[in-house]
Design a binder for this molecule. Sequence first.
Ligand code: CTP
Ligand code: MG
Length: 225
Amino acid sequence: KQIIAIVPAAGIGSRMGAEIPKQYLMLNEQTILGHTLDCLLSHPKIDKVIVAINPSDDYFADLPQASHPKLQCVSGGKERADSVLAGLNLADEGAWALVHDAARPCLTHQDIDKLIASATVHPQGAILAAPVRDTMKRTNAEGVITTTVCRDQLWHALTPQFFPVKALTHHLTAALAAGALITDEASAMEWAGIMPAVVTGRADNIKVTHPDDLQLASLFLKNSI
Ligand code: CTP
Ligand code: MG
């Protein structure tokens, strides 16, 4: 089956608070988005990479990857899910989509391979996830602990998330129209009653969100392949 990577990269990075959208910040001699694209474009099993960028993006065209033959560009939307849908609309109905945040530059080929391989046992789709390590607490509205949440079977959802294009497009569209809380691809599938699997991924596949994350990502990049 054809595998299309879809990269939502149309956000403005408000929590980063930088002058420019965070995906264009430099990290070890290259932009964050550049690292992300290099990892996906160089993966032998990925046939095409579709990047959703902001309609007012001034930076994408200057990336060294911009003219890569495997790369295609589309205008993103208001929310992350809208950007993902814009990308899905360019993908072949019979293909599988590997949706990966532009802001996760530390992804490795090994984790991509694990996720792709999982499709033979999980034809409904799967996501990379990392087991929760800390003790988890639930509080009341006053910030006082009410319970300790059992950590067993609790995961951090990461990306990539890997689903059949047709099913993902259908359920993402329907879930958005219904006003469901959709923060990743899996949540749209779950909303539709489909139960995606988790594939244990590297905990250092972080989403660069706050300024502190830049140093961590820089360090993790040096250790990844
Ligand atoms: N994204 C997107 N389209 C949007 C919003 C987000 O393509 N309308 C992308 C971002 O570019 C990022 C990924 O989705 O690669 C994950 O989103 P997030 O980390 O929240 O990035 P931002 O929305 O840019 O950051 P913030 O929420 O702090 O503004
Ligand atoms: Mg956001």
